[in-house]
Design a protein around this ligand. Structure first.
Ligand code: CP
Length: 292
């Protein structure tokens, strides 16, 4: 039984297979490869993209999907996470897709070895399917040649599971990753670190902008985001006509993370990421439920 807690669960050969399958699913709608499979989604935190993308991916492959909304489940009566999961597993799903505020949750559930566990975002530790769909988007844009391309991750890096998984995967794939943030948002890291966006614009191929993860801040970090956006908002004025593509995992805080104008610029790949997310998640479900 294979799980996806983070991308290090996948070998290089499996990642190459995921990229090939996602590309093929994007080119031609596949047959219902998972027509006899059942998935359960268990999201303890809010989601627009990841949950619906998994459901679309599963249904495009013919799988059935059941959602359990923890805010209306017996978790409200005190049932533990492990008991909730064990009860869902007693219904014999082929996989459970879980999002949780705690970093360890997907690994704890995977260790129970009752069904394939797919991490849909855990704390600030890992969001592997986002990292894989970002990789797919970059490979597609650069026609497979991402080695030694430079990506700047900009914003609230320390709180971001997207950044954590992205840093691990993109460095593994041979990209140069640099970090740009005010010191309050900068993690401990061996990667190159900058406070000023202006210092990196001439050397990057990609900017990944991140939202301030207010829900993960134990105390208020900035009273308001006026000064922050003056320094870190990705605007046309900043980008000028540079050949840099712009990613963001969403949700975008408009005119704080990225300006309205840049969101409609062809260099902005935010909705391409969402579109590609379905194909990458189809590839991930195929790998975990059919090929493993
Ligand atoms: N990128 C991402 O995880 O978005 P959601 O929180 O909407 O799922």
């Amino acid at each position: 039984m294979q799980h996806l807690v983070d991308t290090n669960n996948f070998s290089d050969a499996q990642i190459a297979q995921l990229l090939a399958d996602a590309k093929s699913f994007k080119a031609h709608r596949p047959p219902h490869l998972l027509h006899n499979k059942l998935l359960i989604t268990l999201f303890f935190e809010a989601s627009t993209r990841t949950r619906s993308s998994f459901e679309v991916a599963a249904k495009r492959l013919g799988a059935a999907v059941v959602h359990l909304d923890p805010s209306r489940s017996s978790a409200k009566k005190g049932e533990s996470l492990e008991d909730t999961f064990a009860n869902l597993c007693a219904m014999e799903p082929d996989g459970v897709i879980v999002r949780h505020a705690k970093n360890e949750t997907p690994q704890i559930l995977a260790n129970m070895q009752t069904t394939s566990v797919i991490n849909a975002g855990a704390g600030n530790y890992a969001h592997p399917t986002q990292a894989l769909l970002d990789l797919f988007t970059l490979v597609e844009h650069f026609n497979g040649d991402i080695q030694n391309k430079t990506i700047a991750i900009v914003g609230d890096i320390v709180s971001s599971r997207v950044a954590s998984s992205g840093i691990r995967l993109l460095t593994r794939m041979g990209m140069n990753v640099i970090l740009v943030a005010p010191k309050q948002f900068m993690p401990k890291s061996d990667l190159p670190q900058y406070e000023n966006l202006a210092d990196i614009l001439e050397e990057v191929d990609v900017i990944m902008s991140l939202r301030a993860q207010l829900e993960r801040h134990e105390t208020e970090i900035f009273e308001d985001y006026d000064d922050y956006k003056k320094q870190y908002c990705i605007t046309k004025e900043r980008m000028q006509d540079r050949n840099i593509i712009l990613l963001h995992p969403g949700p975008v805080m408009r005119n704080i993370d990225i300006s309205d104008e840049m969101l409609t610029d062809p260099r902005c790949k935010v909705l391409t990421q969402v579109k590609n997310g379905v194909f990458m998640r189809m590839a991930i479900l195929k790998l975990l439920l059919l090929d493993s």
